[in-house]
Ligand binder design. Structure first.
Ligand SMILES: *[C@@H]1O[C@H](CO)[C@@H](O)[C@H](O)[C@H]1NC(C)=O
Ligand SMILES: *[C@@H]1O[C@H](CO)[C@@H](O)[C@H](O)[C@H]1NC(C)=O
Ligand SMILES: *[C@@H]1O[C@H](CO)[C@@H](O)[C@H](O)[C@H]1NC(C)=O
Ligand SMILES: *[C@@H]1O[C@H](CO)[C@@H](O)[C@H](O)[C@H]1NC(C)=O
Ligand SMILES: *[C@@H]1O[C@H](CO)[C@@H](O)[C@H](O)[C@H]1NC(C)=O
Length: 265
């Protein structure tokens, strides 16, 4: 189907907003196409997000020049997820991570076949940032993740940027390139994120032993201390640029290779 604009695509597809990665994995099935951003745009979180472009889980509280993603109780997980996809691109987010043991703030790109690119902060260890990536949902332990030193991410706003092409993936922190992964370095490309991704920014009480497996609580740095809440991540500004320029992206086969992705113009 040909769409005249991304907005029209979202409205017509309808399900684009509701679809989550687990609804339809294109490696196993024929799935609906992904609405493409196809351009670049900046949003300032001093005003309510456009609900055609973003799905908000729980609620965001707007506060002057930023939005707060506050966890007040178990199972709160305030998140903004784009209804559009980018097929390689750039994402710049000006954010402040949430404090609190067991609380995880994240900025993620994720595709329908579970390619994933992460920035993650543990509230109990605010002077480190975790960078990670996954290909086709392969979450076996490897040397993909890297924990890097940074400024206290919970004390102020910083600019966290991905620049993602078919050849290499970069993480930039406040104008400094801190990590590069090349296609061939990711298990000869097999573990390299390479399919159209949505943007997901959120705050998550991963250290909740009632609802999360033990391993997750341990990774999160320990159990959430609920009496110290609320735990708030804040976002000021998001810039996103799609390096492709179609209206819609579809999987041409079940390989999960970028070469199989078809762009509907
Ligand atoms: C695909 O389907 C097979 C069998 O139905 C299942 O074992 C596998 O986990 C599925 N893979 C994905 C990526 O969903
Ligand atoms: C962003 O998109 C606009 C059109 O909406 C275009 O004029 C501009 O050159 C683009 N900027 C970048 C950096 O790609
Ligand atoms: C939000 O911030 C941007 C950039 O500073 C500004 O241009 C815009 O007018 C602001 N919008 C509102 C509603 O305050
Ligand atoms: C998953 O990734 C690991 C390395 O992290 C690799 O050893 C393994 O072969 C991969 N599995 C598949 C199915 O590609
Ligand atoms: C964020 O950092 C990137 C990488 O240095 C830079 O290109 C971009 O202009 C910065 N964006 C903002 C909004 O400060």
């Amino acid at each position: 189907m040909l769409f005249r604009s991304f907005l029209a695509a979202v409205l017509l597809a309808g399900s684009a907003c509701a679809q989550t990665s687990t609804d339809c994995n294109p490696l196993n099935k024929t799935c609906p196409g992904d609405g493409a951003l196809g351009t670049n745009y900046t949003i300032y979180l001093n005003q309510t997000l456009d609900d055609q472009l973003w799905t908000v889980t729980n609620t965001l509280t707007y506060s002057g020049d930023h939005a707060d993603f506050s966890i007040k109780k178990a199972l709160d997980s305030p998140t903004m997820t784009s209804s559009f996809y980018i097929f390689f691109g750039r994402l710049e987010v000006v954010a402040r991570a949430s404090p609190g043991r067991g609380i995880v703030s994240s900025i993620v790109l994720e595709s329908d076949d579970l390619d994933e690119i992460d920035w993650e902060w543990l509230g109990g260890d605010p002077k480190h940032v975790q960078t990670n990536y996954f290909g086709k949902g392969n979450r076996t332990m490897g040397n993909r993740g890297q924990t890097l030193p940074g400024p206290d991410a919970t004390a102020g706003f910083h600019n966290y940027t991905y620049d993602w092409t078919q050849d290499r993936l970069q993480w930039w922190m406040d104008d400094k390139l801190i990590r590069t992964v090349k296609y061939e370095d990711a298990l000869d490309g097999k573990n390299y994120p390479q399919t159209p991704c949505r943007v997901k920014i959120g705050n998550w009480p991963a250290g909740d032993p009632k609802h999360m497996p033990k391993g997750t609580v341990e990774w999160a740095g320990g159990e959430v201390e609920w009496d110290k809440g609320p735990f708030t991540m804040s976002v000021k500004q998001v810039y996103v640029k799609d390096y492709s320029s179609g209206q819609e992206y579809t999987y041409g086969d079940k390989t999960g290779s970028y070469k199989s992705i078809k762009t509907v113009r």
